[in-house]
Ligand binder design. Structure first.
Ligand code: SF4
Length: 433
């Protein structure tokens, strides 16, 4: 079956309908630009498992940070007449990773794209109900989504018997009360159920037992936004617009002291140097790049030696870090690295859900030691305690990935810049140069 072509989805499908400084397309403008054609096509010509298969073949990997293959995740949901009901789809829009703002751009720039992607995901797993779990501070996005959801419902894209297909699906907006850990999928589910937002043990995975104990998929906003384009243009097209084996484009962003901080949709696998120098304009006058966090605050620092790496999941993992959200935070040579680390660890200590001791107490210890080093009161023993914490808070020592993620900037800074820590102890008042 050949899908009708969509004039929007060429090289940069996610942002093609956005116009800087203008409101996002309303329903009519979205439809004029090819919107909801993918949904019409899927409901008419594809079985629900066919949508999942297409997403699997496209090599779409989750854009929230972990990079798990999206189609594989969906295929784990029980299907068929005897599958449990209800089933849920949830969009994780609790974007609280410091330095990351790509999902806000997608919500504010093209809210119907997210809604169409979620309806397609719901059709793929035969879900009845969906929630957009949105960061509470995103008030502009919440207003735009409320309006877009009403438009979609009035046009028959949501509700009972969507477009006469017999498929029923309702989608609601839920604004989060706000905790970083709500972005972890099982903590998000606990929060939606009205419980304390703490992570749950896995297995069982949410695809089997998620919201209210029913099969649930949780995906990032950017992940869902890719789905209509895959359905309308096919898996091969999606792979062809990438520069890596992971399909599609990616919203890459840069913050820090570069000439043009911002976010750009580029082919997945675009080299880091190209993003930093061509799109972000390079470092500001008089500053040199010292290191950068490739994918938000909870990733390991990389250095100048890694600039020519293609920015994709596997290349960054081989270099000892994580692609995370794909939002680069640059640290220049005039900024105090210990101060940067203290600031990050303060955030993570504050956002620990408090469930397990290494995370609840360990991150506060790390913060206290970094404050001592920054003020020039550190001792050699402090460095040893910091080193030990990078192990005690590493993978497998805590209930969820918050603590291991939180410790990644510290462990990599100690690996790449040991002299910075030694100097603080030897000549405590010395500042970074
Ligand atoms: S690692 Fe931290 S955030 Fe995760 S469950 Fe333990 S205390 Fe909570």
């Amino acid at each position: 079956m050949t899908a009708p072509s969509c004039k929007v989805s060429e090289k940069f499908p996610l942002t093609a309908r956005m116009r800087p400084g203008e409101p996002p397309p309303d329903l009519k403008a979205y439809e004029r630009a090819g919107g909801y054609q993918a949904l019409r096509h899927a409901l008419k010509h594809l079985a629900s498992t066919g949508v999942t298969e297409l997403v699997k073949l496209s090599n779409l990997r989750g854009r929230g940070g972990a990079g798990f293959p999206t189609g594989v995740k969906w295929a784990l949901v029980p299907m068929g007449e005897n599958a449990p009901r209800r089933k849920y789809v949830i969009a994780n829009g609790d974007e609280m990773e410091p330095g990351t703002f790509k999902d806000r751009l997608l919500i504010e720039g093209d809210p119907h794209q997210l809604i169409e992607g979620m309806i397609l995901a719901a059709y793929a797993i035969q879900a009845d109900v969906g929630y957009i779990f949105l960061r509470g501070e995103y008030t502009v996005g919440a207003a735009l989504l409320t309006q877009a959801l009403a438009e979609a419902r009035n046009a028959g894209y949501l509700g009972r018997n969507i477009l006469g297909s017999g498929f029923d699906f309702e989608l609601y907006l839920h604004t989060s009360a706000g905790r970083y850990i709500c972005g972890e999928e099982t903590a998000l589910i606990s929060s939606l159920e009205g419980k304390r937002a703490i992570p749950r043990a896995k297995p069982p995975f949410p695809q089997i037992s998620g919201l209210f104990g029913k099969p649930t998929i949780v995906n990032n906003i950017e992940t869902y936004c890719n789905v209509p384009h895959i359905v309308i243009n096919g898996a091969e097209w999606f792979k062809s617009i990438s520069r890596s084996k992971d399909g599609g484009t990616k919203i890459y962003g840069v913050s820090g002291k570069v000439k043009r901080p911002g976010a750009w949709e580029l082919p997945m696998g675009t080299p880091i140097r190209e993003i930093l120098e061509e799109h972000a304009g390079g470092m500001r006058e008089g500053l040199k790049l010292r290191c950068f966090l490739p994918g938000g605050a909870s990733t390991d620092f990389l250095t100048e030696a890694h600039l020519d790496l293609p920015f994709d999941f596997d290349s960054i993992a081989r270099a000892g870090s994580r692609m995370g959200t794909g939002q680069i935070t640059v640290v220049d040579d005039q900024t105090d690295l210990i101060g940067v680390l203290r600031n990050l660890e303060h955030f993570f200590a504050q956002e620990s859900c408090g469930w397990c001791t290494p995370c609840r107490d360990g991150l506060s210890w790390v913060e206290k030691i970094l404050i001592r080093l920054e003020k020039g009161h550190g001792t050699p023993q402090d460095l040893e305690i910091l080193r030990q914490h990078t192990k005690w808070l590493g993978p497998g020592r805590t209930f969820c990935a918050h603590a291991p993620g939180a410790i990644e900037p510290l462990q990599s800074a100690m690996k790449y810049f040991p002299e910075e820590f030694e100097r603080r102890v030897r000549a405590p008042q010395a500042r970074a140069v």
